[in-house]
Design a protein. Structure first.
Length: 173
C-alpha cells in the first residue's frame, strides 16, 4: 500500500516547486508579487516535505531495525500532522496567532503520538537497540527547534508584535 505520508511529501514538493516557478515568473515581471509567498515556499519544504517524509519513514526504519513487520499507517497521526500543517501554512502569511498556535499544537501532538508508536514497535525485553530513542529525539529536535538559537515562543512574540504594529498604524490613520 502507498504510504500516505510520502504521498503528501510529494504533494508538498510539488507545491514548493510551483512556488519556486512563481518566483521565477515574478522576477521577469510576468506575474505580480504575492506577499508571504517566500515564507510559504520555505514552509512547504520544511514543514510539508521534511515532516511528512520523517513521519512516513521513521516507523518503517524502526520496524526494520527491530526485524518486525512494518506497522500499519496511523491515520490519527496523519490527520493531526496534515491538519496542523494546513493551519500553520494558513496562519503564517496572515500572522494569525490563533491559527499558528492551533497548527503547532496539532503537529506537536502528532509528534508525541509518533514517539509513542516508535517506542512500542516490536518492544520486547532486551530488543531495544537505542534506535527508537534516537528517532524519538529527532522528532523533539524537529518540534522544538534548535534550543541554543531560539528562545521558546519567539515566533509568538514576533507575531504579536507585528499585530500590535499593524494596529498602531491603523490608529494613526
Amino acid at each position: 500500500m502507498l504510504n500516505p505520508f510520502l504521498l503528501m511529501a510529494v504533494f508538498y514538493l510539488f507545491l514548493a516547486l510551483l512556488a519556486a516557478a512563481d518566483v521565477a515568473l515574478t522576477s521577469f515581471s510576468l506575474l505580480p508579487w504575492f506577499t508571504g509567498l517566500p515564507w510559504l515556499r520555505v514552509h512547504f519544504i520544511t514543514l510539508g516535505l521534511l515532516a511528512e517524509t520523517a513521519f512516513g519513514t521513521l516507523p518503517i526504519l524502526q520496524a526494520a531495525r527491530r526485524s518486525v513487520p512494518a506497522p500499519a499507517t496511523r491515520w490519527d497521526i496523519w490527520l493531526l500532522l496534515n491538519a496542523g500543517i494546513v493551519l500553520l501554512i494558513a496562519g503564517i502569511p496572515a500572522v494569525s496567532t490563533g491559527l499558528i498556535m492551533a497548527g503547532g499544537t496539532l503537529i506537536f501532538v502528532a509528534a508525541l503520538l509518533l514517539v509513542v508508536q516508535l517506542v512500542t514497535i516490536g518492544s520486547r525485553a532486551g530488543q531495544d537497540s537505542g534506535s527508537g530513542k534516537f528517532y524519538a529525539m529527532s522528532l523533539f529536535f524537529f518540534a522544538g527547534g534548535r534550543p541554543h538559537r531560539y528562545r521558546p515562543l519567539d515566533w509568538l512574540e514576533c507575531a504579536t508584535s507585528h499585530r500590535r504594529a499593524q494596529g498602531s498604524a491603523h490608529s494613526r490613520q
